[in-house]
Design a protein around this ligand. Structure first.
Ligand SMILES: [Zn+2]
Length: 177
C-alpha cells in the first residue's frame, strides 16, 4: 500500500525502501474515516528518527498533530509539530538541542496521479492514494517535514555576556589547530 502512496513524492525512491522498515508510527484511517474534520495526535521519539538512519539526528522528541478534513474526492491534512531534535554542533561537535516547530499542508487526493503533475503551490504537498485503502501511512512525510524545520547552521548560541556556549575545550582545540 505504501509504495503507491509515496512514489508520488518528489523524493528519491529509497524512501519507499525505508517505509517497509518504519514501524507503524503515523497511520491515519482512510476508507473508514467519515467525511468532516478529525484530529490525530502522535508523539515520536528517538526510536522514530533512528528508523530513518539519518546520522545527523541523535535524539528527538516531537509532538505531532494532524488536522484532517475529509471530502468526497480529497482530504486536507494540516500537519503541525513542535519538539526538539538533538544534533551535532557545527562548531564544537558536541550535542546541541534544536527546537523544531512548523506547519504544513498536505493535500491527499483520491485516485491515480496525473501524468503531468499540476503546478502546485509551494507550501502544499500533494499525494495520491486509493480511497479504498484502509490506512494511509504518513511516517515519511512527517519525518521529512520535521527535518526541514532544522536550520542549515546548527551552532550553540552565546550566553548573556556574549561568550559562546560551545564546549570551550573543543573550541580551544579548533582554534589552536
Ligand atoms: Zn557548539
Amino acid at each position: 500500500m505504501y509504495n503507491r502512496i509515496f512514489l508520488y513524492f518528489c523524493t528519491p525512491i529509497y524512501v519507499v525502501y525505508y517505509m517497509s522498515e518504519v514501524r507503524n508510527y503515523i497511520r491515519l484511517p482512510l476508507r473508514s474515516l467519515e467525511k468532516g474534520k478529525h484530529t490525530f495526535d502522535f508523539s515520536v521519539d528517538t526510536g522514530f528518527f533512528s528508523e530513518f538512519q539519518n546520522p545527523e539526528i541523535i535524539e528527538g522528541a516531537v509532538e505531532i498533530s494532524l488536522d484532517v478534513e475529509k471530502f468526497s474526492y480529497f482530504m486536507n491534512v494540516v500537519l503541525t509539530f513542535s519538539g526538539t531534535l538533538t544534533v551535532t554542533c557545527d562548531r564544537c561537535l558536541e550535542d546541541i538541542d534544536i527546537p523544531v516547530e512548523d506547519e504544513y499542508l498536505l493535500s491527499v487526493r483520491f485516485g491515480d496521479a496525473p501524468e503531468e503533475p499540476e503546478t502546485e503551490s509551494p507550501n502544499e504537498d500533494v499525494i495520491y492514494v486509493n480511497a479504498e485503502d484502509e490506512e494511509i501511512d504518513l511516517a515519511v512525510y512527517v519525518y521529512e517535514s520535521i527535518c526541514l524545520a532544522l536550520p542549515i547552521q546548527r551552532v550553540h548560541g552565546d550566553d548573556d555576556n556574549g561568550n559562546s556556549l560551545c564546549n570551550p575545550v573543543m573550541l580551544k582545540y579548533i582554534i589552536n589547530n
